[in-house]
Design a protein around this ligand. Structure first.
Ligand code: ZN
Length: 406
């Protein structure tokens, strides 16, 4: 299993990696991500797993030992990345799932129910703007009608990208995971909780609610030299002050607020801009805390725009509620740590597991320690020894969930 894990990791390492930054560019339905998809199909075939897909591009590779019946257990994650992302976010869950299948076979632990390894598309929302798009479409959280409207930054429609990638079937709700009793996702930790607790592996308790909000600031384009400072209606200034206000609000309340993307018009060095569109990513420990954080940032932005002679319109683009993972399953998986049960910790990041849990599926997550906590960056890392412990923990979890005890 160790050799297989390391070989798979080496296979994927060069795919979509930038020579300049060392980061990954695996946008959905573009060449690097499709190469990962082909690699996954080859790995499934090499293990005799039958791959099934849906009209959204999600895949499941099934292990159905003879006589296995009843609701399936599925594990897996995603293979796409954020722009200039790390190697582990997503692929670690897929590679570990395949390695866990190998380990179960080595141990002679044959599941009595079908066991699937899933790959969800566009988990990061890096191309079409909606995180967990594959699982959202599958479960109907994002509708067929909304899917038909989605375009990437170059104006390419999701439906055309799906067709160009050769994905068969219709985008929208699918029955791919209908007959599934439990989903377990292994993921690199995106924080330092496990470092502080001196544990290689952790189990998720809950997922913070989060949302994405578009901020449209509108002002008046004008000459950068001849327009007196007091005569300007500068949306960049309103935007900048809103970023500072968001940062302060989030810091003071112990929550998270990030403006990480911005469009400026006309985007000229010697012009006061006419408009700035920016995207706020906000997360908080509870739905109430998130609502009050987002409302406060909008209030401060609107107040600032009023002072600058600009205007602000805020649109909610995506909102994910708080997710509590099944507490019984979390307790069972934590106990698999033995003398030192795996710690049970919350996550501030979104995952497909959260979408499935919100859709009523029994869901659990395992995290693998990340020494620096850095994620969504080329510096994201996990030690191989910890990854191998993660595979063992995942295999133990799958055994607990699919093989009846003595
Ligand atoms: Zn991820």
């Amino acid at each position: 299993m160790t050799a297989d894990f390391e070989q798979m990791w080496r296979d994927l390492a060069p795919v979509g990696r930038s020579a300049a930054s060392g980061g990954y560019f695996r946008q959905p339905f573009a060449s690097a991500e499709r190469e990962c998809e082909t690699w996954f199909r080859e790995q499934a075939a090499a293990r005799g797993l039958a791959v099934e897909g849906d009209g959204n591009g999600n895949l499941v590779a099934w292990w159905r030992p003879e006589g296995a019946s009843g609701p399936a257990v599925v594990t897996g994650s995603h293979l796409d990345s954020v722009l200039d992302g790390g190697a582990y976010d997503g692929p670690l869950g897929v590679v570990s799932a395949l390695a866990a299948v190998d380990l179960l076979r080595e141990r002679g632990d044959e599941p009595t129910v079908p066991l699937g390894v899933a790959v969800f598309v566009e988990e990061e929302g890096s191309r079409f703007g909606i995180a967990c798009l594959g699982s959202r479409l599958m479960t109907g959280v994002t509708t067929r009608e909304q899917a038909a409207e989605l375009r990437d930054r170059d104006g390419v429609r999701l439906l055309d990208a799906l067709e160009a990638a050769g994905v068969e079937g219709e985008a929208g709700p699918s029955d791919l995971l209908d007959d599934v009793s439990c989903f377990v996702e292994l993921h690199v930790e995106q924080g330092r909780d496990l470092v502080d607790r001196d544990a290689a592996v952790g189990v998720a308790s809950a997922m913070w609610p989060h949302g994405r909000y578009r901020y449209d600031f509108t002002g008046q384009a004008n000459h950068a030299g001849t327009t007196r400072m007091e005569d300007r209606r500068d949306p960049m200034l309103s935007y900048a002050m809103t970023v500072l206000a968001a940062n302060k609000q989030a810091r003071e309340s112990g929550q998270r607020a990030t403006f990480g993307r911005i469009d400026v018009r006309p985007n000229g060095t010697n012009a006061v801009p006419s408009a700035v569109t920016a995207w706020l990513d906000a997360r908080a420990e509870s739905t109430e805390a998130l609502e009050s954080l987002v409302a406060e940032i909008e209030r401060l932005g609107t107040e600032r725009a009023g002072r600058d002679g600009t205007s602000l319109r805020v649109t909610t683009e995506a909102a994910s509620p708080q997710v509590d993972f099944d507490p019984d399953t979390a307790r069972r998986l934590a106990a698999l740590g033995g003398d030192r049960p795996w710690p049970v910790i919350p996550t501030m990041a979104g995952h497909d597991a959260g979408i499935l849990a919100a859709a009523g599926r029994r869901t659990a997550m395992l995290f693998v320690r990340n020494p620096t906590g850095v994620s969504h960056s080329p510096d994201e890392h996990a030690e191989t020894a910890d990854c191998l412990l993660g595979v063992e923990a995942l295999a133990d979890a799958l055994t607990a969930l699919t093989v009846p005890g003595p």
